[in-house]
Design a protein around this ligand. Structure first.
Ligand code: 5GP
Ligand code: ZN
Length: 116
């Protein structure tokens, strides 16, 4: 259906670092931060604008998995999560994905907007 569906189905190689019944998390191929993980629902949902009421558990699972991903990456003390929505919002891959970004080396909190 799309490149992320192929990654989920392991038809395309990627660095999957976490997986459960509802989500898959893998390292972004072009990281914009020292830690840059994409967390995706196994169900193909095109965009945040296409989420339906029946998808709310799958979307909630992204946030729940973010805790685990952050813990596994050793960045639970500070990270950002973001969604790009539609082309004008910077979305290039049409399969809902949460960006989890962190700068574990930096002492101060990252306040500037991360364009991803
Ligand atoms: P978007 O701009 O749609 O919010 O983010 C898509 C992200 O997916 C980008 O950060 C891009 O680097 C990443 N990406 C695109 N194709 C692949 C791929 O084949 N494998 C992985 N691991 N990441 C990808
Ligand atoms: Zn897909």
């Amino acid at each position: 259906m799309c490149i992320f569906c192929d990654i989920i189905e392991k038809k395309v190689p990627s660095e999957i670092m976490y997986e459960n019944e509802q989500v898959v998390a893998f390292h972004d191929i072009r990281p914009k931060a020292p830690v840059h993980v994409l967390i995706v629902p196994k169900k193909h949902i095109r965009s945040v604008n296409d989420i339906t009421e029946s998808d709310t558990a799958a979307i909630g699972a992204l946030f729940f998995a973010a805790q685990t991903v952050a813990e596994m990456m050793g960045v639970k003390d500070g990270y950002k999560i973001a969604f790009n929505v539609e082309r004008k919002g910077g979305q290039l891959i049409d399969h809902v994905h949460m960006h989890l970004l962190a700068w574990p080396g930096s002492q101060e909190g990252k306040k500037e907007v991360a364009f991803i």
